[in-house]
Design a protein around this ligand. Structure first.
Ligand SMILES: [Mg+2]
Length: 268
């Protein structure tokens, strides 16, 4: 089979002053089929969400949410319900999700009460470390270094500064980030775009790319006019529904995991 590969590289973002120059396109023609072009980007600024993107939090935050719900309501709520509640706007914040969910189940719960109940499962109690110990960072410091050579790297997370520091202060990859915006650094958290705007300052939003995994990330990116890609694992709960919603909100790509980002970043 004859394979003819044509690449169209249009230069790096900002160099020509036009936003659309950040796009590069790759077209592959085969003798008997046409493979749809893989859309690639040439951002200058990468902004990452943390949980579900750089860290696997299924056994830490998500399990803590489930355990907090059982503790507050006495009901045996399960993973399918957790995913449903997690995908509603405003519920990227687990304390808010627990507050909304418990209240809907007939157990009125304030944000502060949800936060305090959640802490005993996430941080632990009676001298025992909680689910926070089950967190796993999904990228290597080497990968961060490679990205750091090509892009300006930033974080915009719904974590508190304390939660972020606990998991990342000893991780060598953290030194490659220019700015780390936590819940404590903005007045309005996600889905508001404040964290993205803080990172960008006066710069053109189209120079950046935000990678997140929650509907609130997509909403924040849309409102900041920052191009967005969503992490959505192939086996994720209600995959098609989430994929559709992310696409409606303008996601440029759905990535099964953060390492798949490399295939979407142009080498040009
Ligand atoms: Mg997240």
């Amino acid at each position: 089979m004859r394979l003819n590969v044509r690449r169209l590289f249009r230069g790096r973002a900002g160099e020509g002053g036009e936003g659309n120059k950040r796009f590069a396109r790759e077209e592959i023609f085969c003798s008997n089929s046409v493979v749809p072009p893989l859309r690639k980007l040439l951002p200058k600024i990468l902004i990452f969400d943390v949980d579900g993107v750089l860290v696997d939090v299924r056994r830490s935050y998500w399990l803590s949410g489930l355990e907090t719900m059982r503790f507050l309501t006495g009901k045996r709520v399960g993973w399918a319900e957790l995913h449903q509640w997690k995908s509603k706007p405003g519920n990227n914040d687990d304390w808010m999700m627990v507050s909304n969910w418990a209240t809907a189940l007939g157990r009125p719960t304030s944000y502060e009460e949800a936060r305090d109940a959640f802490a005993q499962f996430y941080w632990g109690k009676d001298g025992k470390v909680g689910n926070v110990r089950k967190e796993r960072i999904l990228v290597t410091p080497r990968q961060m270094e490679r990205w750091g050579r090509r892009f300006e790297l930033n974080l915009f997370t719904g974590r508190t500064r304390q939660e972020f520091s606990y998991s990342f202060e000893r991780w060598p990859g953290v030194r490659y980030f220019r700015e780390i915006v936590t819940m404590d650094d903005v007045k309005r958290k996600k889905p508001y775009p404040d964290g993205l705007l803080k990172i960008l300052g006066e710069r053109d939003p189209s120079w950046a790319l935000y990678v997140g995994d929650n509907i609130d990330d997509a909403l924040a990116a849309r409102d900041a006019r920052v191009p967005f890609m969503a992490i959505l694992p192939t086996g994720a709960h209600a995959y098609r529904k989430h994929a559709k919603r992310f696409r409606e909100l303008g996601a440029l790509a759905l990535l099964p995991r953060i390492s798949a980002l490399n295939a979407r970043l142009s080498s040009g």
